[in-house]
Design a protein around this ligand. Structure first.
Ligand SMILES: *Cc1c(COP(=O)(O)O)cnc(C)c1O
Length: 226
């Protein structure tokens, strides 16, 4: 398995180049190391390489890693979240990238003891197989969250369709950014919506060119093991 520090250097270079192309500051881009498929040891290697943000998509592996990793990490929940699992993970995460329905927001608001940073997940491409709200649903949904004192909508998240067609991927990210800016302009107290969670191993460069501020990288950074 390649060393994370070497993978990180390569990905950081991709991010730097993408930023340069469009005149962005690479410091605007936070790498979330998606450790969902790797061991606790590999997650520790990520932290030792200088990564601070870790992403998990299931409660059990998240809690298992936290038995060993008790400090120094910022935890992101990136998978679709079952309402009945909220109570179990809420005290263990700093960000949720997959807020996609009112019932989930209600449960988070009810159980949370602190403000939870949430990304609203958007299905920009309209593919049936993808989780997330349609573009048209997002603003009404965010407006419904205004009375939930424990939810802060920090931004929007999307996954690009699984395609080789770069134009389709780019248009997905452009669409998310356009929506994010519309929402940010409205200056909702509960939804500053300044952030964009988009870009994975295969499409990180395009995502950064299109304005991503949180890239979620698994395979290309920590690889697979098991
Ligand atoms: C697994 C996963 C990632 C990371 O995907 P890679 O292609 O391995 O980089 C990013 N986001 C979400 C929501 C995921 O489930």
């Amino acid at each position: 398995m390649t060393k994370i520090i070497d993978n990180l250097q390569r990905i950081q270079q991709q991010i730097d180049e993408a930023c340069k192309k469009v005149g962005r500051d690479p410091k605007e881009v936070t790498i979330v190391a998606v450790t969902k498929q790797v061991t606790t040891e590999r997650a520790q290697e990520a932290l030792a390489a200088g990564l601070q943000h870790l992403g998990e998509n299931r409660p059990e592996p998240l809690l298992e890693k936290q038995e060993t990793i008790t400090e120094g990490a910022v935890w992101h929940y990136i998978g679709s979240m079952q309402t009945r699992k909220v109570r179990k993970v809420l005290d263990h995460i700093d960000y949720i990238h997959s807020l996609d329905r009112l019932s989930l927001a209600e449960e988070i608001d009810k159980r949370a003891k602190k403000i939870i940073n949430c990304f609203v997940q958007v299905n920009v491409s309209g593919e049936d197989s993808k989780h997330g709200l349609t573009v048209a649903e997002v603003i009404p949904f965010i407006e419904q969250l205004s009375t939930f004192s424990h939810i802060r909508v920090v931004g929007l998240m999307t996954m690009a369709p699984n395609t080789e067609d770069e134009t389709v991927i780019r248009n997905t990210f452009k669409g998310l950014k356009e929506l994010q800016q519309t929402i940010a302009q409205r200056q909702y107290d509960h939804a500053p919506c300044t952030e964009l969670s988009m870009g994975m191993s295969q499409d990180v460069a395009i995502a950064v060119e299109e304005g991503s501020t949180y890239v979620r990288i698994g395979t290309a950074l920590v690889g697979l093991d098991g």
